[in-house]
Design a protein around this ligand. Structure first.
Ligand code: SF4
Length: 255
């Protein structure tokens, strides 16, 4: 049996210091397994943000059965590519085939719309180019292949970007997003972005984040052979990146 150790982290969240003990394995683990640490951490940060929004009198509009945002361009980390692939591979054959076909249809649609190249270069785009690409992607109406009856069929394994995306504007606005019509709940810090920066690139085009819609193709094209990692070291790097971002965002505040 592998031993666990607690990593204590103190961090600023919306002007308040919080401390958390994160249990991690002392032995090296696979990067996919590290997502079992990252996903609860993401949920914790989201909980802080939800609490703050509610205190400010805002209501979270996202509910089970509303999958409008699941037609957006979803950036995921490279470890999540393989987690989604694993989740797909253990599904009953009938469901798996259906989802694989949906991935294929989506790629064909994106190819026809000449968006594949831009999606491949997602990490090179400016925020304005990324926003434009996101609008074009949404306009194609491609539902995430894991969306079933407007609910996520892999809810437990859903990517960090999906966990972090909540809105306080009316849900109806999400099906026809226009500039300024959607209020995305602000997060104290994004674990998904910090975690993506910890991943080694699969190949030169994929530096940090990859579109979810490429996950099946990527996992098959580049079978996972990443080395095992030290969880304590990864957590140290993760929080150090987040702290640097926080200092940059709030240059006049003491950390
Ligand atoms: S993984 Fe789940 S939550 Fe994320 S976009 Fe797909 S269906 Fe939606």
């Amino acid at each position: 049996m592998q031993e666990l150790t607690n990593v204590s982290v103190e961090f600023m969240v919306f002007d308040q210091k919080f401390k958390v003990d994160i249990p991690v394995k002392t032995e090296p683990i696979h990067k996919i397994e590290f997502l079992t640490v990252l996903h609860p951490l993401t949920d914790l940060f989201v909980d802080f943000a939800v609490e703050k929004s509610i205190k400010e009198g805002k209501t979270i509009s996202c509910k089970k059965g509303c999958g409008a945002c699941c037609r957006q361009l979803v950036p995921i980390t490279e470890s999540e590519v393989y987690l989604l692939y694993e989740a797909l591979m253990i599904m009953p054959k009938k469901n798996r085939n259906k989802i694989q076909q949906q991935f294929e249809k989506a790629i064909n649609k994106l190819d026809k719309a000449e968006l594949l190249e831009l999606l491949e270069d997602i990490n090179e785009l400016t925020s304005e180019e990324l926003r434009e690409l996101g609008e074009k992607y949404f306009a194609l109406g491609i539902a995430c292949p894991f969306l079933e009856n407007e609910s996520c069929s892999i809810h437990h394994n859903r990517p960090m970007a999906c966990r972090e995306y909540l809105v306080t504007s009316p849900a109806i606005n999400c099906s026809n997003p226009q500039k300024g019509m959607i209020d995305v709940m602000p997060l104290p810090n994004s674990i998904s972005v910090a975690a993506a920066q910890l991943d080694e690139p699969l190949h030169s085009n994929y530096v940090r984040q990859v579109p979810l819609i490429f996950s099946l193709w990527l996992a098959e094209e580049f079978p996972d052979d990443s080395p095992q990692i030290d969880s304590v070291d990864m957590l140290r790097k993760l929080f150090s990146r987040m702290a640097k971002k926080q200092i940059k965002d709030e240059p006049n505040k003491e950390q």
